[in-house]
Design a protein around this ligand. Structure first.
Ligand code: ARG
Length: 265
């Protein structure tokens, strides 16, 4: 009787140890396994474009980063954001290096020849940043002068408009100074290397708020639609992302993110 009890106790102890191991294994390994199984969604952006994408410590935050996270969550995917030069987003998306490009990117006919775009989730207008005491009061003043230097971010719509010929409404390529990102263009304005910067209105407001002595001039440029770009061959992912984005627009989530970053003035 005593012996049987001992054996029983030993077996019971063994069972408990095994159970503890199994429990331990499942709690520790299960989430890790699910994470690993999640497909990654690689988004290319250029994080010098507040409030759409910018650095906050080590993280890339902003409207695009948050909407992309909501899309990834909906699709059960793991979002990975790559911060690259704006003009390497489209080539990288085309070659399959990145799954999508999301960078406050305007849908243009020219870009549509190389990539596909999602539904538009936001809009922007090109604005002009000048020094507070600048003689420039409007785009016409820049045109009338004819020799002013205009800072832009390479390959953006601001660059495209500004670099166009005077006959086509631009300022001529010779007057345009191209920078790798908006922050560098604004620095050049602050230090007097350029007379103005042409950039989308919301980043313009952010830069003016962050730098003393600057102001934004409203322009009459047309409103641009921002959308996510995909390789023309990647229609499957495009449809999935677009489906998720449409739901997030319909249920107000996208507007909520925009309102968090852009306060009505
Ligand atoms: N909307 C403009 C364009 O598409 C500027 C976008 C710049 N975006 C950025 N993340 N730096 O050309």
């Amino acid at each position: 009787m005593k012996k049987t009890f001992k054996i029983l106790a030993a077996v019971l102890a063994l069972v408990m140890v095994l159970a503890a191991f199994a429990a331990c294994g499942s709690t520790e390994n299960e989430p890790a396994q699910t994470e690993a199984q999640k497909e990654t969604l690689v988004m290319a952006t250029n994080a010098e474009f507040p409030p759409y994408e910018y650095h906050e410590g080590d993280a890339i935050v902003g409207i695009d980063a948050e909407i992309a996270q909501l899309i990834a969550d909906k699709l059960g995917m793991e979002l990975k954001i790559e911060d690259v030069a704006f003009d390497s987003i489209i080539p990288g998306v085309q070659s399959g290096k990145y799954d999508m490009g999301m960078a406050g990117m305007t849908v243009t006919d020219e870009r549509l020849e190389t990539v596909n775009f999602s539904t538009s989730y936001a809009t922007g207008v090109q604005a002009v940043i000048v020094k507070e005491d600048s003689a420039i009061k409007s785009v016409d003043d820049i045109k009338a002068d004819g020799s002013m230097k205009i800072g832009v971010q390479t390959s953006t719509t601001g660059d495209i408009y500004a670099s166009d010929t005077v006959e086509n409404g631009g300022f001529g390529e010779a007057n345009v100074v191209k920078y790798d990102n908006g922050a560098l263009a604004v620095q050049a304005l602050v230090s007097g290397k350029v007379d103005c910067v042409i950039i989308d209105n919301e980043p313009a407001k952010s830069y003016v708020a962050a730098n003393e002595g600057l102001k934004v001039l409203e322009t009459e440029y047309v409103s641009e639609d921002y959308a996510i770009c995909f390789a023309k061959t990647n229609t499957e992912l495009q449809q999935k992302v677009d489906g998720a984005l449409k739901e997030l627009i319909a249920d107000g989530s996208v507007q909520k993110v925009i309102d968090k970053y852009i306060k009505a003035d």
